[in-house]
Design a protein around this ligand. Structure first.
Ligand code: SAM
Length: 208
């Protein structure tokens, strides 16, 4: 899990929101009905995603990293936004499980969800004509891949960037290259897990 710097709270100017485990969201009826297969971080993510939607009022979201679809599902369920998710599929799990979840999510939210089965490095042409309000970066977790996804947000002029797994390489890339191009809105974490910022929402200062 996370191992980020103890002074992270200072680095993000004390802007954070930690959720208590006993305050975690219950799985929604729709979530249960869809029978999404496999690992799904519903409980700890849901409150955070609701807060991100409140902060950004996003109507159009670009995500890198679909995996089994829990974040896509929660964005769709927590808003009236549309979601485009990019993932080559099959990295951690037989792709058929993720593809089946994508199919169920697409049917549950007609005309609001699209999965692009590619690496984000190869998907620019698929998304360059769409206006997005928010990018969720949770795909390639290697340094070059993380940089690529930040650059994609900048090229696409996306005003808000929400970053997952904010530790290790992700944290380094952010502070080395993007902290001065963004303004921290809020860090998120789980209070009972050591007060660690695991996700960060920032405003892209280069977006016009
Ligand atoms: C941590 S998982 C995403 C979890 C998902 N966002 C959620 O919250 O349920 C990371 C995913 O990124 C995908 N991935 C890896 N490299 C990628 C790339 N270059 N472009 C897009 N997605 C990538 C993997 O296939 C994997 O499914």
């Amino acid at each position: 899990m996370s191992n980020n710097n103890p002074d992270i709270i200072n680095k993000i100017n004390n802007k954070y929101l930690f959720f208590k485990k006993d305050g975690w969201a219950e799985k929604s009826e729709l979530f249960k009905q869809l029978e999404l297969d496999g690992f799904c971080n519903y409980l700890c993510y849901k409150n955070m995603i609701v807060d991100v939607i409140k902060e950004t009022n996003a109507k159009s979201i670009l995500e890198t990293g679909f995996f089994l679809g829990s974040s896509s599902f929660m964005f769709l369920e927590s808003s009236d936004a549309s979601v485009v998710s990019i993932d080559p599929m099959g990295f951690y799990d037989p792709p058929k499980t993720g593809l089946r979840n994508a199919d169920r999510i697409g049917k549950a939210f007609p005309n609001r969800f699209r999965l692009i089965v590619k690496r984000s490095q190869e998907a620019m042409d698929d998304v360059k004509d769409t206006k997005f309000d928010l990018m969720f970066i949770d795909g390639d977790h290697e340094t070059d891949g993380i940089i690529h996804d930040f650059e994609m947000a900048i090229k696409l002029n996306i005003p808000y960037i929400f970053i997952d797994d904010f530790n290790g390489k992700v944290e380094d890339v952010y502070f080395n290259y993007y902290a001065n191009k963004t303004e921290v809105i809020k860090g998120y974490g789980i209070q009972d897990s050591g007060n660690i910022v695991d996700n960060l929402l920032v405003k892209n200062l280069l977006a016009v």
